[in-house]
Structures are given as structure tokens and as C-alpha cells.
Design a protein. Structure first.
Length: 306
């Protein structure tokens, strides 16, 4: 065990991997939050968790609010810090848990931002499909909106995963979500056409560079497209479509998928299954979005609304 904050953070992250078996995505989220904490402590001249006081942790939380982090992000970060200190006590690195009894705060429920149908159409039409890159981008965008998948799920797809669905659409697309939970979702005709075009006219050129890479979506080096690169694709398409890219992300298409299904009359339980939510409560947030939309339509359209 090490005594510096950086070393103590690394000890804890190793514990998450080796002892608790958490996924790489979860561990990386912990790493980002704890590095933020480490940098803050360093700015105050604190080199070890043994030197941290409860006041330091409370001021760190106020710092997170001050820099404009979303309430949910503040809560997540404070939970990570609290767990780090508990681990440090349990492993004998510090004597007392200065975060004991500290509430991480209340997560505010922010309604997901969904694009309008016109905005989705503009976004999906943005890639230049006369180029290899444009064919790849179009396939990515159509898959995200056409299946409601998380960006990590789409980036994890292999060619064989999609070929079986293109050969027999009734099979559905197999996605592996959080906690390695598997679900099957339909693959619509627009997404299927975009993926087919990418496989035939685009992917082979980059696949040669990658030397046998099995991933469906590739980068220019022929390797699997990363989540970060997928984010960049969406922002680039958003700029080309004239959208506000400040609030545009891969999850925007997932939000839009769910909202448009509910607007079209889909049952919330069906949408829950399609999104891979373990609890219907998570999915019901989208019903609030559609209710807001209905109120707007009523206020703007009904002669006796105002």
C-alpha cells in the first residue's frame, strides 16, 4: 500500500478491478472522478488521505457545484470519494473515515433532451455517403437512432453480429448492455441499408489496414471505433446539420428513440425492454418528456388553452 493520494487512488482502483470485478467503463468513471479529487487536494497542498479533514471534503463538494457540474455528476463524484475513504480505512491506510455519515446529495431528475423528428432527419442526412468516412458515420448514426442502443453497445458490435440480422431481419440485433445483460432489438430498414452500404462500399478499404479486425465500425487506422471517436462523429454531423452541438451526444439519439416511440403510442414496458432498463422507473422519465410535449402542443394549438 502507498501513502500518497495518487498511490491510494490507484490501490483503490485495483481493488475495484481485482476484488470487485467491476467493468472497465465503471472503473474508468471512478478514475475520472477520483483524479478530479486528487487534483483538488493537490491544489491545497494535501499529499495523503491521512491529512484530509471533513471540511476538505465538504469544500470539495462546494467546488464541484461552483464549477458547474450537473447535480447527478456531483453526487457520483462524492460517492466515489466516500468509497475511496472507506477503502482507505478498511485497508489500514488511514485511521478515521472523515466522510462517515456524509450524504452524497440528492440527485435531481433532469428530463432527457430529445431531438425533434426534423432535427433527427437533418442529423442522419449530414454524412457525405460518397466517402468511406461518411458511410461509416451514416451507419453509426442510423444504428444509434434505429436501435436506441448505447454508444458503447454499438461500438462493441462485430461484423458477424450484424450479418446474421441482415440475412434474417426477424432474428433481431443482439446487444450486450450494462452488467453484460443481453437483449434483442429490431433492426429497422433504414439502419439495415446504412450498415449494408458501409459493409459493401466503405469498410473493406479500412479493414485492409486493420489486418483482420472483426469490429463492425472502424476508424481510419482499421481499428475498432472508440466511444470517444463516436462522440466526435455525432458532433461533426450535428455541426453540419446546424444543430446545437453543445448539448448533443450519442445519448441524444437514445433519448430521441425512446421519446419518439412513446409519442407514437408504444407501451412503456416495451420501451423499457428495448432500452435494456432494469427498472421501468428509469423509462418512465421519458413519459414526462412526452407529457411536456403534449402540453406544449395543447397550449399552442387549442383555441381555449390560453
Amino acid at each position: 500500500m502507498t501513502s500518497s493520494v495518487g498511490g491510494q487512488v490507484e490501490d483503490y482502483l485495483r481493488h475495484l478491478v481485482v476484488e470487485r470485478g467491476l467493468s472497465d467503463n465503471t472503473v474508468q468513471a471512478y478514475r475520472r472522478d477520483l483524479l478530479r479529487y486528487q487534483e483538488y487536494l493537490g491544489s491545497r497542498g494535501i499529499g495523503s488521505l491521512a491529512e484530509v479533514t471533513r471540511v476538505d471534503v465538504e469544500e470539495f463538494r462546494r467546488h464541484l457545484d461552483h464549477i458547474g457540474l450537473a447535480p447527478a455528476s456531483v453526487t457520483r463524484c462524492v460517492v466515489a470519494v466516500r468509497n475511496l475513504h472507506r477503502f482507505a480505512v478498511g485497508s489500514g491506510q488511514v485511521q478515521a473515515d472523515v466522510t462517515a455519515g456524509m450524504s452524497p446529495g440528492t440527485r435531481s431528475r433532469r428530463l432527457p433532451k430529445a431531438l425533434t423528428m426534423d432535427q433527427v432527419e437533418s442529423l442522419l442526412a449530414a454524412p457525405d455517403t460518397s466517402t468511406v468516412e461518411g458511410l461509416r458515420d451514416a451507419a453509426l448514426l442510423e444504428l444509434l437512432y434505429g436501435t436506441g442502443a448505447r454508444v458503447s453497445e454499438v461500438c462493441a458490435l462485430d461484423v458477424d453480429d450484424i450479418r446474421r440480422v441482415l440475412d434474417d431481419p426477424d432474428l433481431g440485433l443482439r446487444l450486450i448492455g450494462k452488467g453484460d445483460k443481453e437483449r434483442i432489438v429490431p433492426l429497422g430498414s433504414y439502419a439495415a441499408k446504412a450498415v449494408d452500404a458501409w459493409l459493401i462500399r466503405g469498410r473493406p478499404a479500412w479493414a485492409e489496414i486493420g489486418n483482420g479486425e472483426h469490429a463492425l465500425l472502424l476508424n481510419t487506422r482499421g481499428r475498432r471505433l472508440s466511444r470517444q471517436s463516436a462522440w466526435a462523429v455525432i458532433r461533426r454531423a450535428g455541426e453540419a446539420a446546424g444543430l446545437d452541438v453543445e448539448h448533443l451526444s450519442p445519448h441524444s439519439l437514445r433519448h430521441s428513440y425512446a421519446t419518439h416511440l412513446l409519442d407514437g403510442g408504444a407501451d412503456v414496458r416495451v420501451v423499457q425492454e428495448l432500452l435494456g432498463h432494469s427498472s421501468v422507473t428509469t423509462t418512465q422519465i421519458y413519459t414526462l418528456v412526452t407529457a411536456d410535449h403534449l402540453r406544449e402542443v395543447y397550449r399552442s394549438s387549442h383555441p381555449r388553452a390560453v
